[in-house]
Structure formats: structure tokens, C-alpha cells
Design a protein around this ligand. Structure first.
Ligand SMILES: [Zn+2]
Length: 272
């Protein structure tokens, strides 16, 4: 079996329809000249960095608020279900009480019969009935007692959940206020940055922009466009860039992609 020498060309897909090679081709073919486009990419990355900083300022707050809200919802659902259980026990108690009323009626009837008894056999039979009815009555009373205990337990559980809810509500209010304060203090700045960012993005063709977004989303520091670091390294992954590529970067006439991390490497603008 013959081993084919692997091409060193980067053909890793940026997305389903885009590879670095095809992107390089579009980049060169497009109306806007490469130099200008690379500069737009550089500026776009800078604008996105500023927006990222603002989002970072909010930190974990949005996630914390969402988590607290979920806990509040869970507590309310728990209270609802405990209240349903209590309602069921109350229904049971009402049914037992009705049963006791009818048992009492029967007991009353048998007792009045006892007064008109003529023989001992009848006496024994009625007493037996009364005894049975008494047992049934005791069972109902026992069930009522148990239901009342269960209701008390469920009510205590509701109080516990309500105490937890009070703590959550205080926490949630504080976090919401803090978040609102940060958003308000940065809203103006964020609006300006976002408008600037969108204006830059609008200058790029769809394929380049989608590649930029894709690279940005795939790298941990969200840097899709980097400059040369320390004279000969990629500013994104700090791996050495070949001399040939360094020349291409410096010329500003070609889209150069880091062969190690896939980031776009551009020259540092001379004004800076
Ligand atoms: Zn790199």
C-alpha cells in the first residue's frame, strides 16, 4: 500500500460550506481589497473585545439571577403540591365526620330499641351491633386524628418552604438591583460599541463574517483576529509562525491563518 504524502495546506472546515482555503480564495476575489478587509477584521475584533469586557463586568450575575428565579419557582410549586395534599386530608376528615354522624344516628336507634327489649337473645344481638358500630366510630376518629397530624406536618413543611422563599426573595432582589445598576451604567457605552461593531461587520462579505464569528466562537479567548506576538509567534496560540507567513502577514495583501489554531493573523496597524 502506497502512503500518500499529506498536504500541508490547511483545509479544516470553518463551517459546513467553508474551509480556510475557500475563504482565502473568496477573500482575494472580493471587491473590497484585501488590505482594507484585514484592517476591518482587526477593528471588528477590537470592538468585540470592548463589548466582551462589558459583558464580563456583569460576570456571573445573569446566571445567578436565573438560578435564583428557578429556585423561587420550585419553592412555589412545592407549596402548591403541599396545599393540595392538605386539601385532600381535609376532604377525608369531612367524609369521616359525615360517617360519624350517620353512625351516631344508628347507635341512637339501637339504644332506643334496647329499652323495649323482651328477651335476652335480642338484647345480645343489639349489644353486638352497638359494639360493632362503636368500633367503626373509633376507626373514623382514629383516621381523623391521623389526618389532622398529617395536615400539621404539611403546614410545617409549607412554613419551611416559605422561610426559604423569603431568603431567596431578598437575595434575588439584591442581585437584580446589582445587575440593573451595571447594565444601566454600561448601557450607553455598550450601545455605541455595538453600533460601531455592527457598522464594521456590515462592511464585510457574509462568508468572511461567518468565518470570523465561527473562529471567535470556537476559541476560548474569543480572539479570531490576532497580531504577531514577539516578532515571530501567533498572538492567539503563541506558536511560531513560519518566516514565509510572517512576510505575508507584514505585506497585508493576503489572508493568513495560523496553522496551529486557525486564527486570522494580521499585521499590527502602523498607527498603533
Ligand atoms: Zn495560532
Amino acid at each position: 500500500m502506497a502512503t500518500t504524502k499529506k498536504s500541508k495546506k490547511i483545509s479544516a472546515p470553518i463551517d459546513e460550506r467553508e474551509t480556510f482555503v475557500s475563504l482565502q480564495k473568496t477573500f482575494a476575489d472580493s471587491e473590497t481589497n484585501t488590505e482594507e478587509k484585514l484592517h476591518i477584521l482587526y477593528e471588528l475584533q477590537k470592538a468585540d473585545n470592548e463589548i466582551d469586557k462589558l459583558v464580563l463586568l456583569r460576570g456571573e450575575l445573569p446566571a445567578e439571577v436565573a438560578d435564583l428565579e428557578a429556585q423561587v419557582d420550585a419553592c412555589n410549586a412545592r407549596i402548591d403540591s403541599l396545599q393540595q395534599v392538605i386539601a385532600q386530608y381535609n376532604d377525608n376528615i369531612a367524609a369521616m365526620n359525615d360517617d360519624i354522624v350517620s353512625l351516631d344516628g344508628e347507635i341512637e336507634r339501637y339504644r332506643s330499641q334496647l329499652e323495649k327489649i323482651s328477651n335476652s337473645r335480642e338484647f345480645d344481638s343489639i349489644n353486638k351491633e352497638l359494639e360493632n358500630l362503636g368500633i367503626l366510630r373509633k376507626i373514623d376518629e382514629k383516621k381523623i386524628g391521623e389526618s389532622k397530624d398529617a395536615i400539621a406536618e404539611n403546614k410545617a413543611a409549607i412554613e419551611n418552604v416559605k422561610t426559604k422563599l423569603d431568603v431567596l426573595a431578598i437575595d434575588l432582589e439584591a442581585k437584580n438591583e446589582e445587575l440593573a445598576r451595571i447594565v444601566e451604567s454600561t448601557a450607553k457605552e455598550e450601545k455605541v460599541l455595538t453600533e460601531n461593531r455592527d457598522a464594521l461587520a456590515a462592511k464585510l462579505d457574509e462568508r468572511t463574517l461567518s468565518a470570523y464569528n465561527r473562529i471567535r466562537a470556537s476559541v476560548h479567548n474569543h480572539l479570531a483576529v490576532v497580531t504577531v506576538y514577539n516578532g515571530d509567534s501567533c498572538g492567539g496560540c503563541f506558536n511560531t509562525v513560519t518566516p514565509q507567513r510572517l512576510i505575508e502577514v507584514a505585506s497585508g495583501k493576503k489572508l493568513v491563518i495560523c496553522e496551529h489554531c486557525g486564527r486570522i493573523i494580521v499585521a499590527t496597524p502602523s498607527a498603533e
